[in-house]
Design a protein around this ligand. Structure first.
Ligand SMILES: [Zn+2]
Ligand SMILES: [Zn+2]
Ligand SMILES: [Zn+2]
Length: 292
């Protein structure tokens, strides 16, 4: 079987690294959760720093973003983002912690001026695209929709992006993304439980420089079909290692944590480090490129 996104596919282009910044690393309720006074949220409030987690999103270079959480306003000033330059927005699914759709109203004057790359392309599953198109029917916004089909790549400037269905909810096809550049290949996998055999076989065709995977349930041993815990992530890595899709050079970064796991950042680091995994925090930067 041929391998996708080998770096040689991009050989004619100058090799360029990609900057990935993980803007938010919490599950839907945030952490400390909005209305929660559980012991873990109280400990996180007290400890601050890497224990303060906003909702999941990733920025890739200046023009690409995955998901639009309700914390986007806070994230753009906390990390000095220039979202006026946004060109490509990939959405995983329609849950509100990943698509705070009302924020898109602020893309037009008098709320926003001097956008640099309109129209912004919004990529998503049919449910997401329907929601965006319903919005466009009511308001003139600088958006263009691109409906994705499973496993069918799209070219977004210098990135090739493969949508890979995760296992999350029965009412819509939640998408995880494989993002390839001439600098390397990264899997972004959140809001998914264990992948179906079809998705897993597809992923085995790549060679990943980094996997950013959800670990919503931490070390909790509760069976779930919609999210993963540490045991699930280890099993995902083992399956991918089996085909050579990941190896000891692949960075495995965990994200999308629920406060219910009861572990602060450093405690998570201690537990996951022996497995060679890293724990993401809000603001973490990964440079994926020819030298990584
Ligand atoms: Zn989520
Ligand atoms: Zn809590
Ligand atoms: Zn979700």
């Amino acid at each position: 079987m041929f391998k996708y996104c080998r770096r040689s596919h991009f050989i004619e282009l100058e090799k360029k690294s990609v900057r990935i910044q993980i803007l938010g690393t919490a599950a839907a309720e945030g952490w400390p959760a909005v209305f929660c006074a559980c012991e873990t949220c109280e400990r996180a409030r007290h400890a601050g720093e890497k224990n303060i987690r906003t909702r999941q999103s990733v920025q890739i270079d200046e023009v690409y973003k995955i998901d639009l959480p309700p914390d986007t306003h806070y994230q753009q000033f906390r990390f000095a983002l220039r979202l006026s330059r946004l060109k490509h927005l990939f959405v995983t699914h329609s849950h509100e912690d990943h698509l705070a759709i009302n924020e898109l109203h602020y893309l037009r004057p008098p709320f926003a001026h001097n956008l640099e790359n309109p129209p912004i392309k919004v990529y998503g599953n049919p449910t997401v695209i329907q929601l965006i198109e319903a919005l466009l029917a009511k308001a003139q916004l600088p958006l263009e929709t691109v409906s994705l089909e499973p496993f069918k790549p799209v070219q977004a400037d210098h990135l090739t992006v493969f949508p890979v269905p995760g296992s999350h909810i029965s009412t819509e096809m939640c998408l995880t993304y494989v993002v390839c550049s001439n600098g390397g290949t990264v899997l972004f996998a959140w809001d998914t439980g264990m992948y179906s055999d079809t998705s897993l076989s597809f992923l085995q065709n790549f060679r990943f420089d980094a996997v950013i995977a959800e670990c919503t349930q931490g070390t909790l041993d509760m069976p779930s079909t919609s999210h993963m815990g540490l045991r699930g992530v280890i099993s995902l890595r083992d399956s991918l290692a089996h085909s050579g899709a990941v190896d000891s050079n692949t960075r495995f970064v965990l994200t999308h944590f629920s406060h219910n796991i009861g572990l602060l950042h450093e405690e998570l680091v201690e537990i996951t480090a022996p497995y060679g995994m890293e724990v993401a925090w809000d603001g973490m930067v990964l440079e994926i490129g020819p030298n990584t």
